[in-house]
Design a protein around this ligand. Structure first.
Ligand code: CLR
Length: 388
């Protein structure tokens, strides 16, 4: 029955929400949804999903050959998918609609050093509000690893599902002991959000994404229920060495499995590959101001009362506070226009085309051939890098 998981009092507003999704395509982020589907967490917190297995990230820095390195990158990448795409179902019963970040919204955090893996730091900044674009940097300085990326979404409605095309990419820079650098380009899968009719949305990954670098072109293909293995969350990753790109190896490597469980190498080697049955490790949020305090644009401070309202079921307060913030932001934009100024980003500088995306993208025939990017300014807050 329609709306089975929807509280009875919210069924008609859920139906009209679905109708408006079907008619408005592009950007769902600013659409008003019924309370039961609201998440108290802003999209600026989502980049933390990239590092919830910090030891796998650190392992990339320990690899000593191209092949070992690209395998470590792939293993870390695949191991983030469970957190990125199924964790809301586990913590709140279904996919939820995150808070739509304000321009300049910030999130800072870290994962502590443990068992020699080194400390990993995170900065996130909302670099555009309309359309919503989130930029992030994750760095493990002691292992010479830095991930810089941004993401946005284009949504459409098809066959009762929301189709989310992810726009954006990430570049992982690995500093080698020799002093030279190896760079990897990562692109993102397409999402299909099913279960809408019942009010219990969940994500399936579709199409493919790429991991390109160190002499290898990697393609990760995603399939859901009803496709070749018949199971949800199936993937197949193929790493193809590029002749003349330095990779000493010439053999293709294929990995197959379920991204939310485990996988194995089936060609070019054998044995278990990734396994995400062990619990992940959430980021420790820190304030970016003096003494680790949170400034007014830091996500947990900015949305404090909205989140509290959503968590406690006080949707009146949540909605009043949300309107107050949105009006404040609108006023800020008006003032900027009036004074001929514009909002200055704190941690990132936009560039119209990322040369590395073009160079590595060409190898994997990634479309579009060029994409913009956000370059990290290198300014870590004192609370994350006391030595600065
Ligand atoms: C953001 C980038 C992360 C991975 C990720 C996971 C879930 C995605 C989210 C991204 C973007 C926003 C998203 C969300 C799932 C639902 C939500 C697509 C890609 C949309 C805007 C909300 C739809 C509303 C229904 C749940 C009712 O690395």
């Amino acid at each position: 029955q329609a709306g089975e998981a929807v509280p009875v009092a919210q069924r008609s507003s859920w139906t009209s929400f679905l109708k408006s999704i079907a008619s408005v395509s592009g950007d769902l982020s600013s659409m008003t949804a019924p309370p039961f589907i609201l998440s108290p967490i802003s999209l600026t917190e989502y980049p933390a999903y990239w590092c919830e297995r910090p030891e796998l990230f650190a392992e990339i820095g320990n690899a000593t050959t191209s092949e070992a390195r690209v395998l470590a990158v792939l293993k870390w990448f695949i191991s983030t998918l469970k957190g990125q795409y199924t964790s809301r179902n586990e913590t709140s019963g279904s996919e939820k609609k995150p808070l739509n970040p304000a321009l300049g919204e910030l999130f800072y955090g870290h994962w502590p050093d443990k068992n020699g893996r080194g400390k990993t730091d995170l900065i996130v900044e909302q670099v555009s509000h309309h359309p919503p674009i989130t930029a992030y940097v994750i760095e493990n300085q002691s292992k010479g690893l830095k991930l810089v990326g941004h993401n946005a979404q284009k949504t459409s409605f098809s066959g009762g599902s929301i189709i989310v095309k992810q726009i954006g990419h990430a570049v992982l820079t690995v500093k080698l002991p020799s002093g030279s650098e190896e760079k990897f380009l990562l692109t993102l899968p397409r999402l299909r959000i099913d279960g809408l009719w019942y009010g219990a949305p969940y994500i399936e990954l579709t199409e493919h994404s790429n991991v390109v670098g160190d002499g290898f072109v990697g393609v990760v293909e995603y399939k859901g229920k009803g496709y070749f293995s018949g199971k949800s969350h199936t993937f197949k990753a193929t790493l193809t060495p590029q002749p003349g790109m330095g990779g000493a190896s010439t053999k293709e490597i294929v990995v197959e499995g379920l991204w939310h469980q485990n996988s194995k190498i089936v060609t070019g080697g054998h044995g278990p590959f990734h396994d995400v049955s062990a619990p992940k490790e959430e980021v420790t949020a820190v304030g970016g101001e003096a003494k680790g305090e949170m400034g007014p644009m830091e996500t947990r401070k900015l949305w404090e009362l909205v989140s509290k309202g959503i968590r406690e079921g006080d949707f009146d307060t949540a909605s009043k506070e949300k309107t107050r913030i949105e009006n404040e932001m609108r006023q800020r934009r008006k003032d900027e226009v009036a004074s001929g100024t514009s909002w200055e980003l704190k941690h990132f500088t936009p560039i119209a085309s990322d040369p590395l995306y073009e160079e590595l993208g060409k190898l994997a025939k990634i479309t579009p051939p060029t994409e913009d990017a956000y370059v990290f300014k290198g300014n870590w807050p004192e609370s994350l890098r006391p030595s600065n």
